[in-house]
Design a protein around this ligand. Structure first.
Ligand SMILES: Cc1ncc(COP(=O)(O)O)c(C=O)c1O
Length: 443
């Protein structure tokens, strides 16, 4: 099978794949495994090539990392420039690239963000936001350790991030739950039940109050995943605006986890902008580095300067190599207007996915998302229940046909191509998804 954007010339798994998978099975923790059986050999723009030369349209951006396209030429040249300098790392010693990048990053983020703290992984950034919120709380009154999070949201795999996430199975290993991390319900479209978003929030906060949490005395922060990851589920705008009012009234910081939503993905520079609110902190990563490990927190100087010298730093913080890449990402986003492109291509994407929902009304229950992040939710034709088994088969069929989608393991397929994807490749990918659904449904 071969088109301009796809080419599957061998059986999948392709020759040579099994040996590499067997070696990884032998030497690597199984926690890293479970992906489709293909060995990434090269990835350029929105195309992924395996070791046999098969080529896929990429609707994953390596989970929303390659916003500026895989192996982006400007990012590659920037990294190469640092290698030729040569400088790879310098711990916390100042370097010119770091100064240049931070200024550019804060200009890109705009108001109210004045300072940033750079890290490597997204989970470190959400933990840093947690720390900053608590430090601010302690400044205001010792009891204020409480962080309010949202049920079903997810913030990473380190301890604090897992406690803020509400995935109970994933935090079993911790053995206890921080009594000052609370969760209130997520306003899923299907959970609102005719309640207004404001009333839905009120009910969640009343539940907190009944359990003895006083917003004035006990709470220092709200942590929101900008949209709920597995299903690209955004909140109603009124819900987030009501949270902002609560935060202002009770001197609580409002933080967004922008890991998936940031750097143009949703058709705005940052996803929180859709809600027309002003956060105190944003935690970013993924697309921020264009493929290198770069994450960070941004906020007002007053909050970002709470930790003493040396109290918030890491060996790889603001490493010159990743700062050069981060700078190139911002230049690329701005010069090619990739944020505007994400909004424009998002319209093509949602038009195509809505047409698929009309074509398969008994299989697709919802199409959610904004810009170039979308989730297609599948159901059983008879009972209408969430159908994760069918979803997995569709995701696998897409892969067999030369399209990579994000397989969530749940009833959703997530779609998030590089913002640079050609319109024709985007449309072709949507067609492939339609073919896969039709084939699996007919079996
Ligand atoms: C919303 C969200 N927060 C935090 C993280 C953690 O980021 P990382 O895997 O870089 O630690 C992720 C990663 O998938 C994420 O999607």
């Amino acid at each position: 099978m071969s088109t301009v954007h796809r080419s599957i010339k061998t059986a999948i798994p392709a020759p040579g794949t099994e040996e590499i998978l067997a070696s990884l099975d032998c030497y690597e923790s199984r926690s890293m495994h479970g992906q489709f059986p293909l060995i990434w050999d090269r990835a350029v723009d929105a195309s992924v090539f395996d070791i046999a030369g098969n080529c896929w349209i990429d609707f994953t951006s390596t989970i929303f990392v390659a916003n500026v396209g895989h192996s982006n030429a400007r990012v590659t040249a920037a990294i190469q420039g640092m290698m030729d300098a040569p400088i790879y790392s310098c711990y916390a010693y100042p370097n010119r690239k770091r100064a240049e990048y931070l200024q550019r990053l804060l200009e890109f983020a705009g108001k109210p963000f004045e300072k940033a703290f750079l890290l490597s992984a997204g989970t470190e950034a959400t933990e840093a936001a947690l720390k900053l919120m608590r430090m601010q709380g302690q400044k205001l009154g010792k009891r204020r350790l409480g962080i309010v999070c949202i049920e079903g949201n997810w913030h990473g795999r380190t301890m604090g991030a897992q406690m803020m996430s509400s995935n109970l199975a994933q935090r079993d290993w911790i053995g206890f739950q921080d009594a000052d991390i609370h969760h209130i319900p997520f306003p899923y479209p299907w959970a609102l039940n005719a309640a207004t978003p404001e009333a839905f929030l009120e009910a969640g906060l009343e539940r907190l109050a009944t359990s003895g949490v006083d917003l004035d005395m006990d709470v220092c922060g709200f942590m929101l995943e900008t949209f709920q990851g597995w299903g690209a589920v955004f909140y109603p705008k009124e819900f987030v605006q009501a949270i902002e009012k609560v935060c202002r009234k009770h001197s609580i910081l409002l933080a967004f986890d922008e890991m998936q939503a940031g750097f143009g993905r949703t058709g705005r520079r940052f996803g929180y902008q859709h809600y027309e609110v002003t956060p105190d902190l944003i935690a970013c990563g993924k697309g921020m580095g264009g493929g290198v490990p770069l994450s960070g927190v941004m906020g007002r100087a007053e909050v970002m300067d709470l930790p003493d010298t040396g109290n918030m730093s890491s060996t790889h913080s603001a490493n010159p190599l990743v700062c050069a890449a981060g700078l190139a990402v911002i230049e690329e986003l701005e010069q090619r207007d990739l944020v505007g492109e994400a909004a424009r291509k998002g319209e093509l994407l949602f038009k195509g996915l809505t047409a698929l929902q009309q074509r398969f009304p008994d299989r697709i229950s919802d199409v959610l998302g904004k810009g170039l992040i979308a989730a297609v939710l599948f159901r059983t034709p008879d009972t209408g229940a969430a159908d994760s088994a069918f979803t997995s088969l569709v995701a696998e069929r897409c892969m067999q046909k030369g399209l990579l989608v994000v397989h969530t393991g749940r009833e959703s397929i997530k779609i998030g191509p590089p913002l640079t994807i050609a319109d024709q490749a985007l449309l072709e990918g949507i067609d492939v998804l339609g073919e896969a659904i039709a084939e699996v449904a007919a079996e």
